[in-house]
Write a protein that binds this ligand. Structure first.
Ligand code: HEM
Length: 493
């Protein structure tokens, strides 16, 4: 690990793993943390640029490892908020949360809101589909001509009426179809409920929480990995655990090997670990997609963010395609209009774009995710003019022009592993790392909310919890469309 602090040079200091346990979260304002690429399960040497143009090397640990090694900041104190939190307020590190402190599941997406009116008008019209032939049969050919003319006029009128009726019927059938679709969606959404496993696997949530706490102790960076994993799962075929599936021999390339995910997505082993524990306790009961949704919630909470009640009862999907991930997950240089469209396609609005982007208060990005902003923004052969100059300078040192694909930089310049509102504060200072982040301040539809969240962290926390519940309901599988996988990396035989 290498740290660049306030323009000073110097290398990182590496602690023995027993010390590292007491340094769960190390936070120092103004420190810019660049960590080498840490792919899960890997362990070995890392190479990282230092801010004087040289390179450093040391050990890194993937989430397979039993320890996480923190760095020390030369000349700075560190805060150990999470560890203090655990020791002082939680003698038992895995208590059940106090329900009154949890954000309740979002009632916005409930059957109440989705139109559920009985299709009253339709049956009446559907009852008389033969009206027109009946009227034609009733014509009497022996009546005087005038009468016939009147009758004919009447017929034309009736024909018009009937055409109108047919049109109405079609419209109403369409309405019925739409209502059915909405009801289906509502049913799928309502199939997830709070406390779904209370009877069938009462320890489900605490097992996931314990697994997350253990993983976080080994490597706090994994919390960010899990949160991103959940987002990428929900944006492709809904929150169905499809991102967790490995490639089958001879099968198509799965989501996890897509360009957008490959080599940058982490956290699979944490989910495997939780699943293994749960399968021992309640086999075949807890879905992988639920484990991921719960783990993402816990990732935020462990990192200092809000906690909410996750509705559970999801089913796992059986299909995972890299092409879909590359098409549906927004790239970091997407313009705000298209970004909003991408979210809208998943039932998420502009408010949700701003709120969920706040997830970038933790974690890091690899150089290629923002490289064009440093050297060739929008094919101008110049840096992004909205980028803070001192940030530009630091980033150009870490990410040289000739592609460095392995070095990473904190998404939130101030606090990499603390979930707080400083991501928005950084946007106000033009310190947003990704183009999709920074442009939230420059668009009229999003700037107001960025400022509001920067000023009020509890407003951000409340909104984030709500938006995550909304995200967790995207594209749920209906009964019969999914399964409860025995192993999160494979569909059931
Ligand atoms: C708004 C559209 C979004 C875009 C364009 C975007 C893009 C990115 C990119 C390019 C990275 C860096 C990946 C890398 O280089 O390793 C990243 C990291 C991350 N993203 Fe997003 N993201 C978006 C929304 C979200 C959402 C909605 C969430 C979660 C709710 C999320 C959570 C994260 C996290 C936690 C990381 C850090 C991952 C780590 O450190 O391992 N992102 N995102």
């Amino acid at each position: 690990m290498h740290l660049i602090c306030g323009g000073g040079g110097g290398g990182g200091v590496y602690f023995h793993r027993s010390c590292a346990l007491w340094l769960l979260v190390i936070l120092l304002p103004q420190c810019w943390v660049a960590v080498s690429s840490q792919y899960e399960g890997e362990q070995g040497m890392f190479y990282s640029n230092n801010d004087q143009g040289g390179q450093e090397q040391g050990m890194f640990y993937g989430d397979d490892d039993q320890s996480w090694s923190g760095g020390a900041f030369r000349g700075g104190a560190f805060r150990d908020d999470r560890e203090r939190y655990w020791r002082e307020s939680n003698p038992d590190p895995y208590p059940d949360p106090n329900p009154s402190q949890l954000q309740q599941p979002d009632q916005v997406v409930s059957q109440q809101q989705i139109p559920n009116q009985p299709p009253q008008q339709i049956p009446q019209q559907v009852q008389n589909p033969n009206q027109f032939p009946q009227q034609v049969q009733n014509q009497n050919p022996n009546q005087p001509q005038v009468q016939n003319q009147n009758q004919n006029q009447q017929q034309v009128q009736n024909q018009n009426q009937n055409q109108q009726q047919v049109q109405n019927q079609n419209q109403n059938q369409q309405q019925v179809q739409n209502q059915n679709q909405n009801q289906q969606q509502a049913q799928n959404q309502n199939q997830v409920v709070r406390g779904f496993y209370d009877q069938s696997c009462p320890s489900a949530e605490s097992v996931v929480r314990r697994t997350m706490v253990d993983s976080f102790r080994r490597n706090p960076l994994l919390a960010a990995g899990i949160l991103r994993l959940f987002f990428h799962d929900c944006f492709v075929r809904g929150c169905d655990g499809s991102v967790l599936l490995d490639r089958k021999p001879g099968g198509p390339i799965p989501e996890k090997e897509s360009d957008v995910n490959n080599n940058s997505i982490t956290g699979f082993r944490v989910i495997d670990d939780a699943k293994k524990r749960l399968e021992r306790m309640c086999p075949g009961v807890v879905s992988c997609s639920d484990i991921l949704a719960l783990a993402a919630r816990d990732a935020v909470w462990i990192s200092g963010g809000p906690r909410w009640s996750v509705p559970t009862g999801r089913l796992d999907g059986r299909v995972s395609l890299a092409t879909e991930a590359d098409n549906e997950i927004p790239p970091p240089d997407l313009r705000i209009r298209d970004l909003r469209k991408a979210f809208l396609a998943k039932g998420l609005n502009t408010h949700d774009v701003v709120t969920l982007s706040g997830a970038h208060t933790i974690g890091r990005a690899h150089c290629p995710a923002f490289e064009d902003r440093l050297y060739n923004f929008s094919a101008t052969n110049a840096p992004d003019p909205t980028l803070n100059l001192s940030l530009l300078d630091s980033l150009q040192k870490i990410c040289p022009r000739v592609g460095n694909t392995t070095f990473t930089v904190s998404l939130d310049r101030q606090t990499q592993v603390l979930f707080d509102n400083s991501y928005y504060v950084q946007l106000l200072a033009s310190n947003g790392l990704l183009q999709t982040d920074q442009q939230l301040l420059f668009d009229a539809s999003t700037a107001g909310l960025v400022r509001a969240y920067a000023a009020d962290s509890s407003m951000f926390f409340r909104a984030f919890a709500k938006a995550m519940i909304k995200l967790s309901r995207v594209g749920l599988k209906a009964p019969g469309e999914g399964e409860i996988r025995k192993h999160c990396r494979r569909v059931n035989p």
